[in-house]
Design a binder for this molecule. Structure first.
Ligand SMILES: C[S@@+](CC[C@H](N)C(=O)[O-])C[C@H]1O[C@@H](n2cnc3c(N)ncnc32)[C@H](O)[C@@H]1O
Length: 224
């Protein structure tokens, strides 16, 4: 379901680069449906690379999907004419670092479809600092985990507030049931952390206490 929701944000006839593709399920599924024109599946590690090659071969898509061993956006060559990049199933900081170190490979015309596992705030911060507007966001729950999908395109300067970077500007507006349940759960966790701090024998740095207290306050205001 997670990758199915990611697939929904890939524009029709896109030339997709799926970075950290692992099994290459996303580009293969999209190509089998005739939803994309071409794809590159990039992988930094050998075992998932072999897995991607196998999926592509077994589906008879060797001519349409190129599998490359590469670190991050180094999988993209100018002649690929990539129009959409998906980076899914990694921490938000890792996705941010992949985007940042691969900036030279971005034309600025690609749609980014990102599915971080945590670390959404630093990822949104990077998007803002690099002129990407967040067009769509989604929270979904699968196997008791919450996943976020962030879709962005470069449009020029954008400003998001600290709360928007924390919760997601689109998610905050939409207030979907999954989004609210996710934050109710996080609030309980923050409150538990604060009461653990209060009972801790060792002194917790005041800065850390204030940071968690501020997050708990933001979440309480959001849910009010
Ligand atoms: C948990 S898997 C996610 C696979 C798939 N994208 C998904 O969402 O189901 C993460 C994959 O990203 C790859 N990866 C991590 N860092 C990478 C990087 N810098 N460049 C390319 N691939 C990377 C890992 O080798 C791993 O196969």
């Amino acid at each position: 379901m997670r990758l199915e929701r990611v697939a929904a944000y890939v524009p029709a006839d896109a030339r997709l680069a799926d970075i950290g593709s692992d099994h290459a399920y996303l580009p293969v599924a999209l190509m089998r449906r005739g939803a994309i024109a071409a794809a590159v599946a990039g992988e930094v590690a050998l075992t998932p690379l072999r897995s991607a090659e196998r999926t592509v071969r077994e589906n008879g898509l060797d001519q349409r999907i190129t599998v490359r061993l590469a670190n991050g956006l180094a999988a993209i060559e100018p002649e690929d004419g990539i129009t959409a990049i998906s980076i899914c199933g990694m921490g938000g900081e890792t996705i941010r670092d992949i985007l940042d170190s691969g900036k030279a490979r971005l034309s600025g015309h690609e749609r980014l479809i990102l599915q971080p596992n945590g670390g959404e705030q630093p990822l949104r911060q990077w998007l803002m600092e690099n002129g990407y507007r967040i067009l769509c966001e989604e929270v979904l729950r699968e196997n008791r985990f919450y996943y976020e999908i962030i879709v962005a395109e470069r449009v020029g300067p954008v400003r998001y507030t600290a709360e928007e970077l924390y919760f997601g500007p689109v998610l905050m507006q939409a207030r979907s049931p999954a989004f609210l349940i996710k934050w109710q759960r996080i609030l309980r966790h923050k409150q538990q952390t604060l009461s653990n701090f209060a009972r801790a024998r060792q002194v917790v740095p005041e800065e850390r206490v204030q940071d968690i207290a501020r997050q708990a306050r933001w979440i309480t205001e959001l849910l009010a």
